[in-house]
Design a protein around this ligand. Structure first.
Ligand SMILES: NC(=O)c1ccc[n+]([C@@H]2O[C@H](COP(=O)([O-])OP(=O)(O)OC[C@H]3O[C@@H](n4cnc5c(N)ncnc54)[C@H](OP(=O)(O)O)[C@@H]3O)[C@@H](O)[C@H]2O)c1
Length: 223
Protein backbone atom coordinates (compact mmCIF):
# COMPACT_ATOMS: atom_id res chain seq x y z
CA UNK A 1 0.00 0.00 0.00
CA UNK A 2 1.15 3.57 -0.65
CA UNK A 3 1.40 6.18 2.10
CA UNK A 4 -1.92 7.60 0.83
CA UNK A 5 -3.60 4.21 1.15
CA UNK A 6 -3.66 3.08 -2.49
CA UNK A 7 -2.89 -0.44 -3.66
CA UNK A 8 -2.71 0.59 -7.31
CA UNK A 9 -2.99 3.61 -9.55
CA UNK A 10 -6.15 4.94 -11.20
CA UNK A 11 -5.12 3.02 -14.34
CA UNK A 12 -4.82 -0.25 -12.37
CA UNK A 13 -1.15 -0.59 -13.20
CA UNK A 14 0.59 -3.71 -11.89
CA UNK A 15 1.55 -3.61 -8.22
CA UNK A 16 5.32 -3.35 -8.52
CA UNK A 17 5.98 -0.42 -6.24
CA UNK A 18 7.45 -2.29 -3.30
CA UNK A 19 10.98 -3.64 -2.89
CA UNK A 20 12.37 -7.07 -3.84
CA UNK A 21 12.48 -7.76 -0.07
CA UNK A 22 8.72 -7.23 0.00
CA UNK A 23 8.23 -9.69 -2.84
CA UNK A 24 10.25 -12.21 -0.81
CA UNK A 25 8.00 -11.56 2.21
CA UNK A 26 4.95 -12.12 0.01
CA UNK A 27 6.31 -15.51 -1.01
CA UNK A 28 7.08 -16.44 2.60
CA UNK A 29 3.46 -15.65 3.48
CA UNK A 30 2.27 -17.73 0.50
CA UNK A 31 4.38 -20.63 1.72
CA UNK A 32 2.73 -20.56 5.14
CA UNK A 33 -0.78 -21.26 3.84
CA UNK A 34 -2.74 -24.06 2.22
CA UNK A 35 -4.12 -21.92 -0.59
CA UNK A 36 -3.71 -18.57 -2.35
CA UNK A 37 -6.77 -16.63 -3.51
CA UNK A 38 -7.03 -13.73 -5.97
CA UNK A 39 -9.74 -11.90 -7.88
CA UNK A 40 -9.79 -11.88 -11.66
CA UNK A 41 -8.84 -8.16 -11.74
CA UNK A 42 -5.58 -8.83 -9.88
CA UNK A 43 -4.70 -11.95 -11.87
CA UNK A 44 -5.17 -9.91 -15.06
CA UNK A 45 -3.43 -6.68 -13.96
CA UNK A 46 -0.48 -8.38 -12.29
CA UNK A 47 -0.15 -11.18 -14.84
CA UNK A 48 0.00 -13.63 -11.95
CA UNK A 49 1.03 -17.26 -12.00
CA UNK A 50 0.44 -17.57 -8.22
CA UNK A 51 3.52 -19.76 -8.06
CA UNK A 52 5.83 -20.38 -5.17
CA UNK A 53 9.02 -20.09 -7.15
CA UNK A 54 11.55 -20.02 -4.27
CA UNK A 55 13.07 -23.56 -4.09
CA UNK A 56 13.91 -23.22 -0.37
CA UNK A 57 10.33 -22.35 0.54
CA UNK A 58 9.08 -25.24 -1.58
CA UNK A 59 11.54 -27.66 0.05
CA UNK A 60 10.54 -26.53 3.55
CA UNK A 61 6.88 -27.18 2.76
CA UNK A 62 7.71 -30.67 1.52
CA UNK A 63 9.73 -31.35 4.70
CA UNK A 64 6.58 -30.44 6.65
CA UNK A 65 4.60 -33.02 4.66
CA UNK A 66 2.82 -30.41 2.53
CA UNK A 67 2.57 -30.12 -1.26
CA UNK A 68 5.46 -28.03 -2.61
CA UNK A 69 3.11 -25.17 -3.49
CA UNK A 70 -0.24 -24.00 -2.10
CA UNK A 71 -3.44 -24.48 -4.09
CA UNK A 72 -4.28 -21.57 -6.40
CA UNK A 73 -7.81 -20.16 -6.32
CA UNK A 74 -9.26 -17.49 -8.62
CA UNK A 75 -12.75 -15.94 -8.48
CA UNK A 76 -14.68 -14.17 -11.23
CA UNK A 77 -18.34 -13.33 -11.85
CA UNK A 78 -17.95 -12.77 -15.60
CA UNK A 79 -15.72 -15.77 -16.24
CA UNK A 80 -13.92 -13.74 -18.89
CA UNK A 81 -10.45 -15.26 -18.90
CA UNK A 82 -7.80 -15.44 -21.56
CA UNK A 83 -6.56 -19.04 -21.64
CA UNK A 84 -3.14 -17.67 -22.60
CA UNK A 85 -2.73 -15.99 -19.19
CA UNK A 86 0.27 -17.14 -17.17
CA UNK A 87 -1.97 -18.66 -14.53
CA UNK A 88 -3.16 -21.29 -17.00
CA UNK A 89 0.36 -22.10 -18.19
CA UNK A 90 1.77 -23.25 -14.84
CA UNK A 91 1.17 -26.85 -13.84
CA UNK A 92 2.83 -26.93 -10.41
CA UNK A 93 -0.08 -26.80 -7.99
CA UNK A 94 -3.76 -27.34 -8.79
CA UNK A 95 -5.72 -24.30 -9.99
CA UNK A 96 -9.36 -23.95 -8.93
CA UNK A 97 -11.52 -21.37 -10.73
CA UNK A 98 -14.73 -20.31 -9.00
CA UNK A 99 -17.08 -18.43 -11.29
CA UNK A 100 -20.67 -18.31 -12.48
CA UNK A 101 -22.67 -19.79 -15.33
CA UNK A 102 -22.01 -16.50 -17.15
CA UNK A 103 -18.58 -17.82 -18.09
CA UNK A 104 -18.49 -17.89 -21.92
CA UNK A 105 -18.66 -21.38 -23.42
CA UNK A 106 -15.39 -21.00 -25.34
CA UNK A 107 -13.54 -19.98 -22.16
CA UNK A 108 -14.97 -23.00 -20.31
CA UNK A 109 -13.75 -25.35 -23.02
CA UNK A 110 -10.32 -23.75 -23.20
CA UNK A 111 -9.54 -23.64 -19.47
CA UNK A 112 -11.34 -26.79 -18.26
CA UNK A 113 -8.34 -29.07 -19.00
CA UNK A 114 -6.05 -26.75 -17.01
CA UNK A 115 -8.08 -26.21 -13.84
CA UNK A 116 -10.96 -27.42 -11.71
CA UNK A 117 -14.03 -25.31 -12.56
CA UNK A 118 -16.86 -24.44 -10.18
CA UNK A 119 -19.70 -22.52 -11.85
CA UNK A 120 -22.42 -21.12 -9.59
CA UNK A 121 -25.86 -20.19 -10.85
CA UNK A 122 -25.82 -16.96 -8.85
CA UNK A 123 -24.84 -13.31 -9.50
CA UNK A 124 -21.43 -13.83 -7.89
CA UNK A 125 -19.43 -16.56 -6.20
CA UNK A 126 -20.87 -17.13 -2.71
CA UNK A 127 -17.60 -16.84 -0.82
CA UNK A 128 -18.67 -18.86 2.28
CA UNK A 129 -19.79 -21.72 0.00
CA UNK A 130 -16.47 -21.56 -1.83
CA UNK A 131 -14.54 -21.70 1.45
CA UNK A 132 -16.66 -24.64 2.62
CA UNK A 133 -15.83 -26.56 -0.58
CA UNK A 134 -12.14 -25.78 -0.16
CA UNK A 135 -12.19 -26.99 3.44
CA UNK A 136 -14.26 -30.11 2.79
CA UNK A 137 -12.82 -31.32 -0.52
CA UNK A 138 -9.28 -29.93 -0.45
CA UNK A 139 -8.44 -29.77 3.26
CA UNK A 140 -7.81 -26.01 3.15
CA UNK A 141 -7.55 -24.67 6.69
CA UNK A 142 -5.73 -21.43 5.97
CA UNK A 143 -5.96 -19.30 2.90
CA UNK A 144 -4.14 -16.11 1.96
CA UNK A 145 -5.99 -13.61 -0.21
CA UNK A 146 -3.63 -11.49 -2.30
CA UNK A 147 -6.34 -9.05 -3.40
CA UNK A 148 -7.49 -7.11 -5.05
CA UNK A 149 -9.54 -4.55 -3.25
CA UNK A 150 -12.93 -5.67 -4.50
CA UNK A 151 -12.42 -9.24 -3.35
CA UNK A 152 -11.00 -8.09 -0.01
CA UNK A 153 -14.04 -5.86 0.43
CA UNK A 154 -16.25 -8.91 -0.16
CA UNK A 155 -14.35 -10.91 2.45
CA UNK A 156 -14.39 -8.02 4.95
CA UNK A 157 -18.13 -7.56 4.37
CA UNK A 158 -18.62 -11.19 5.44
CA UNK A 159 -16.14 -10.69 8.29
CA UNK A 160 -13.90 -13.42 6.91
CA UNK A 161 -10.56 -11.65 7.33
CA UNK A 162 -8.56 -12.93 10.31
CA UNK A 163 -5.23 -11.26 9.64
CA UNK A 164 -3.77 -8.47 7.53
CA UNK A 165 -0.16 -8.35 6.37
CA UNK A 166 0.51 -4.84 5.16
CA UNK A 167 3.59 -3.20 3.67
CA UNK A 168 3.50 0.57 3.44
CA UNK A 169 5.81 1.81 0.70
CA UNK A 170 7.26 5.35 0.73
CA UNK A 171 5.29 6.61 -2.28
CA UNK A 172 1.96 8.35 -2.91
CA UNK A 173 -0.28 7.86 -5.96
CA UNK A 174 -3.29 10.12 -5.33
CA UNK A 175 -6.46 9.60 -7.32
CA UNK A 176 -10.00 9.33 -6.05
CA UNK A 177 -10.69 6.11 -7.95
CA UNK A 178 -7.35 4.41 -7.31
CA UNK A 179 -8.18 1.30 -5.25
CA UNK A 180 -7.48 0.95 -1.54
CA UNK A 181 -7.22 -2.29 0.45
CA UNK A 182 -11.01 -2.55 0.23
CA UNK A 183 -11.38 -1.38 -3.35
CA UNK A 184 -12.57 1.90 -4.78
CA UNK A 185 -14.60 4.24 -2.55
CA UNK A 186 -18.01 2.66 -2.23
CA UNK A 187 -20.24 1.00 0.27
CA UNK A 188 -19.34 1.00 3.95
CA UNK A 189 -18.93 -2.38 5.57
CA UNK A 190 -21.95 -3.42 7.65
CA UNK A 191 -19.81 -2.72 10.73
CA UNK A 192 -16.20 -1.69 11.38
CA UNK A 193 -13.74 -4.56 11.54
CA UNK A 194 -11.29 -4.02 14.38
CA UNK A 195 -7.79 -5.43 14.27
CA UNK A 196 -4.96 -5.41 16.78
CA UNK A 197 -1.34 -4.77 15.93
CA UNK A 198 0.75 -7.94 16.25
CA UNK A 199 4.06 -6.67 14.93
CA UNK A 200 5.64 -3.79 13.08
CA UNK A 201 9.11 -3.17 11.75
CA UNK A 202 10.98 -1.02 9.31
CA UNK A 203 12.73 -2.96 6.54
CA UNK A 204 14.60 -1.27 3.72
CA UNK A 205 12.53 1.89 4.11
CA UNK A 206 9.18 0.07 4.12
CA UNK A 207 6.90 -0.28 7.09
CA UNK A 208 5.92 -3.93 7.55
CA UNK A 209 2.85 -4.42 9.70
CA UNK A 210 0.87 -7.45 10.82
CA UNK A 211 -2.63 -7.20 12.27
CA UNK A 212 -4.99 -9.81 13.70
CA UNK A 213 -8.74 -9.49 13.89
CA UNK A 214 -10.07 -8.41 17.26
CA UNK A 215 -13.31 -10.29 17.67
CA UNK A 216 -15.02 -8.28 20.46
CA UNK A 217 -17.99 -6.11 19.65
CA UNK A 218 -16.87 -2.71 18.35
CA UNK A 219 -18.07 0.60 19.68
CA UNK A 220 -16.97 2.47 16.58
CA UNK A 221 -19.47 3.21 13.87
CA UNK A 222 -18.75 3.84 10.19
CA UNK A 223 -18.98 7.48 9.09
N1 LIG B 1 -0.58 -3.50 -4.07
C1 LIG B 1 -1.03 -4.72 -3.88
O1 LIG B 1 -0.59 -5.44 -2.99
C2 LIG B 1 -2.14 -5.25 -4.73
C3 LIG B 1 -2.71 -6.50 -4.46
C4 LIG B 1 -3.71 -6.96 -5.28
C5 LIG B 1 -4.16 -6.19 -6.33
N2 LIG B 1 -3.61 -4.98 -6.57
C6 LIG B 1 -4.09 -4.16 -7.68
O2 LIG B 1 -5.50 -4.01 -7.62
C7 LIG B 1 -5.97 -3.85 -8.96
C8 LIG B 1 -7.13 -4.83 -9.19
O3 LIG B 1 -8.19 -4.45 -8.35
P1 LIG B 1 -9.64 -5.10 -8.45
O4 LIG B 1 -10.46 -4.49 -7.36
O5 LIG B 1 -10.10 -5.09 -9.87
O6 LIG B 1 -9.20 -6.56 -8.12
P2 LIG B 1 -9.87 -7.92 -7.74
O7 LIG B 1 -10.67 -7.87 -6.48
O8 LIG B 1 -8.72 -8.84 -7.84
O9 LIG B 1 -10.81 -8.24 -8.96
C9 LIG B 1 -12.12 -7.85 -9.03
C10 LIG B 1 -12.82 -8.94 -9.79
O10 LIG B 1 -12.76 -10.16 -9.05
C11 LIG B 1 -13.94 -10.87 -9.22
N3 LIG B 1 -14.65 -10.96 -7.94
C12 LIG B 1 -14.49 -10.26 -6.81
N4 LIG B 1 -15.34 -10.69 -5.86
C13 LIG B 1 -16.04 -11.69 -6.40
C14 LIG B 1 -17.07 -12.56 -5.94
N5 LIG B 1 -17.57 -12.51 -4.70
N6 LIG B 1 -17.57 -13.47 -6.81
C15 LIG B 1 -17.08 -13.57 -8.06
N7 LIG B 1 -16.11 -12.79 -8.56
C16 LIG B 1 -15.61 -11.88 -7.72
C17 LIG B 1 -14.77 -10.09 -10.25
O11 LIG B 1 -14.33 -10.60 -11.51
P3 LIG B 1 -15.11 -10.38 -12.90
O12 LIG B 1 -14.83 -8.99 -13.33
O13 LIG B 1 -14.51 -11.39 -13.81
O14 LIG B 1 -16.54 -10.64 -12.66
C18 LIG B 1 -14.28 -8.66 -10.01
O15 LIG B 1 -14.50 -7.80 -11.10
C19 LIG B 1 -4.82 -4.10 -9.89
O16 LIG B 1 -4.30 -2.88 -10.36
C20 LIG B 1 -3.81 -4.79 -9.01
O17 LIG B 1 -2.48 -4.50 -9.43
C21 LIG B 1 -2.63 -4.50 -5.78
Amino acid sequence: MTVDGKISTVRRTPSQFTSPADKARLHAIRAAHDAILAGRGTVAADSMSMRLSNPELRARRVERGLPAEPLRIVVSRSGVFDPEWKIFQHHGSPLLVFSTVRMPEDVREAIAPRCELFLFDSPGVPLPAMLAILRRDHGVRSLVCEGGGELLHGLARLDLLDEIHLTIAPVIFGGHSAPTLTGTPGDFLPAPRDFRLVSQRLEEGEWVVHFKRRRQRSSRLPG
